[in-house]
Structures are given as C-alpha cells and as structure tokens.
Design a protein around this ligand. Structure first.
Ligand code: HEC
Length: 137
C-alpha cells in the first residue's frame, strides 16, 4: 500500500510538471487547431504569410520571423495578451509597427464565407487556427 501511494504521488507530480511546461500549448489548443493554422499560414494564394515571414529565424523576406513569436507577441504592447496582439497584427497590422520594419503588411479581413479566388480573407475559425499555430512558434 505504501508503495502504491508513493508511485501515485510520483505520477501526479510528473503530470503536474508536464502540464506546467505545456501551458503555451494548452493556451494555443483552446483557441484553435494549430495544424490547420499552419496550412493557412503556408497558403500561397489566399494569405501568403510565409512569403514574407519565415518560421526558421531568417529575416531575409523583409518581415520579422515567426520563430519565437509565442514569446514576443505577449511583450510587444503593454497589457496586451499574446493572442490579442496576434489578432491585431493580422487584422490591423498598422496599429503597431515592429521597430525596424516598414508598414508593408496588408490587413486581413474576417468574412463569413470564403469565395474562391479572393485573397486577404479568413473566416473567424481560420483566424483562430492561425493564432493557435503562431502560439506554438
Ligand atoms: C507583404 C508582406 C507580408 C505579408 C503577406 C504578411 N506580413 Fe505580417 N508583417 C509584415 C511586416 C513588414 C511586418 C512588420 C511591420 C509591422 O509591424 O506591420 C509584419 C508583422 C507581423 C506580425 C507582428 C510580428 C512581431 O514580431 O511583432 C505578425 C504576428 C504577422 N506579421 C503575422 C502575419 C500573418 C499571420 C500573415 C498572413 C495571414 C502575415 N503576417 C502576412 C509583412 C507581411
């Protein structure tokens, strides 16, 4: 019995540690589906995010890299959460211009339905998935 108690508390502690390390992942998953968000980020026709933003730290495309954005997003604007900042960055990029960069990013629009051939638009669900994806980077 003693052994059982010891083992179950050890397991409990391990799970608690794992949960703490994963708070970013948990926050991200409650917003949307990061894997679907990756597809939207990499969509070469409708969003073209990856045409300007790298995921690997390189700044060669004239826009800040998304590597580490889950950390930076929460520290850009005082009192603004990472997810709110990401939403603002996508829908109203000129509200905050990252130092050292030009005002070049197009604002995206949330629509009820996506029409084939239209660019620069996202449904609310797609926007949430995109934010969830960025929160894993
Ligand atoms: C034509 C190039 C271009 C495209 C396309 C583009 N961006 Fe940007 N983006 C920029 C530039 C330049 C900046 C920095 C200037 C500013 O803050 O607006 C920026 C800033 C950002 C920031 C803030 C980064 C930071 O470090 O604070 C986020 C987040 C972002 N973009 C996400 C996206 C997402 C998601 C998409 C696709 C839906 C996208 N961008 C499409 C050029 C682009």
């Amino acid at each position: 019995m003693k052994n059982f108690l010891w083992i179950s508390s050890a397991i409990f502690i391990l799970f608690t540690i794992a949960a703490c390390n994963n708070t970013a992942t948990i926050e991200s998953q409650s917003i949307g589906d990061p894997e679907l968000g990756r597809e939207i980020f990499q969509d070469r026709y409708r969003t073209r995010c990856e045409g300007c933003h790298s995921l690997d730290g390189s700044e060669a495309r004239g826009a800040p890299t998304m590597l580490g954005i889950s950390e930076t997003a929460g520290s850009r604007v005082p009192e603004m959460s990472a997810s709110d900042y990401l939403q603002q960055s996508i829908l109203d990029p000129s509200a905050y211009i990252v130092e050292g960069y030009e005002k070049q990013m197009p604002p995206y629009k949330v629509v009820k339905e996506v029409e084939v051939g239209q660019t620069g638009i996202l449904t609310q669900e797609e926007l949430n998935n995109l934010i969830a994806f960025l929160l894993t980077q």
